[in-house]
Design a protein around this ligand. Structure first.
Ligand SMILES: NC(=O)c1ccc[n+]([C@@H]2O[C@H](COP(=O)([O-])OP(=O)(O)OC[C@H]3O[C@@H](n4cnc5c(N)ncnc54)[C@H](O)[C@@H]3O)[C@@H](O)[C@H]2O)c1
Ligand SMILES: O=P(O)(O)OC[C@H](O)CO
Length: 313
């Protein structure tokens, strides 16, 4: 990459947008701007001349953000990075698919990994993945974010990388329930080990590579999120296990927990593609008041007996 400073504009000034801005600023080769809906500057003025535009808005804001940007003239060489972990209601699309469909000539890069924003803000070491079919664009993004506190890997499976980060949010809710009910280490280990093939079944059906789920954005993020009370999705599950209502939990959280919407979208996806999603289905029923934490555990334990590596279930 040339020695001139890279101009990066981050859209979305939530916890993740701010943490990513800090990471990019840490590397003094970058000129970083951050924009939110409440910014005094116009969106047009902050994206003008940007080499790279990163979206860190929550899933519900992705479509609106894309629409705002399609109304502007963005040069075709501008790289878009999607850092959102979610699925769109109705279209069932991933964020990067929305970006790519709206900007078919632009490089789109997914950034995803085990990256709890609080630890990133504390400058603790972490690693992530940037994934794109455009390897040159991925390499540029890798350089922008790489530093001695943030190790950035690349791959060419944006959908797999994105789905790892998205699907583990649902598993983190289940994991919070498991810990909240004090089901023990054996149960937690079983849950996470069975979560991974469930994520792989969904991912491979949607075109992702199986291998990606064994990397940072899959297994890595599953471990981080399912073991950390810093995870908002984990806290949702934990709260449900304590008998709190979802509404009450979300008020206390005051922040985004994408796993809730993702579980709702997943039910439709699983039906459409005929994929077995036993853990995600229990999470769906739990957040929609159709089961209790205890009943969900019973249901999972009472499933038909099967071979461990049965690829269908
Ligand atoms: N916080 C983390 O540790 C972390 C790490 C990796 C990925 N993520 C993902 O990043 C995304 C954002 O998470 P967060 O933690 O920053 O959540 P947050 O609740 O802190 O912030 C969400 C942001 O999205 C913005 N937003 C929502 N709708 C918008 C719209 N229409 N236009 C512009 N902005 C809009 C909000 O204003 C807010 O700034 C989520 O998909 C999350 O899964 C978060
Ligand atoms: O707080 P959560 O549950 O949204 O998790 C944050 C990140 O996705 C962890 O990688």
């Amino acid at each position: 990459m040339s020695n001139t400073k890279k101009k990066l504009t981050i859209i979305g000034a939530g916890l993740w947008g701010q943490a990513l801005a800090k990471l990019a600023q840490y590397n003094d080769q970058n000129n970083v701007k951050i924009w939110s809906r409440t910014s005094s500057e116009s969106l047009a003025s902050v994206v003008q001349e940007a080499d790279v535009i990163l979206s860190a808005v929550s899933m519900k804001g992705v479509r609106l953000t894309v629409e705002k940007l399609t109304a502007l003239t963005i040069p075709e060489e501008t790289i878009f990075i999607s850092a959102t972990k979610g699925l769109e209601t109705k279209t069932l699309l991933t964020p990067s698919q929305i970006w790519q469909k709206s900007f078919p000539s632009h490089p789109v890069v997914v950034l995803s990994g085990p990256n709890l924003s609080k630890e990133i803000q504390q400058r603790l070491p972490a690693a992530t993945v940037v994934a794109s079919e455009d390897v040159v664009a991925a390499a540029k993004v890798q350089e922008i974010f790489s530093s001695d506190i943030f190790r950035v890997y690349s791959n060419q499976d944006p959908i797999g990388t994105e789905l790892g980060g998205t699907l583990k949010n649902v598993m983190a809710i289940a994991s919070g329930v498991c810990d909240g009910l004090q089901l023990g280490t054996n149960a937690k280990s079983a849950l996470l080990t069975r979560a991974l093939p469930e994520m792989i079944r969904i991912g491979t059906e949607l075109g992702a590579s199986r291998e990606t789920f064994f990397g940072l954005s899959g297994l890595g993020d599953l471990i981080a999120t399912c073991y950390s009370p810093l995870s908002r999705n984990y806290r949702v599950g934990y709260g449900l296990s304590e008998g709190k209502t979802l509404e009450q939990i979300l008020i206390e959280l005051g922040s985004t927990a994408e796993g809730i919407n993702t579980a709702n979208v997943l039910i439709e996806l699983a039906q459409k593609h005929r994929i077995a999603i036993p853990i995600s289905r229990q999470v769906y029923q739990l957040i929609n008041g159709e089961t209790t934490p205890q009943e969900a555990v019973k249901e999972l334990m009472a499933r038909d007996l099967k071979a461990e590596f049965d690829v269908l279930s």
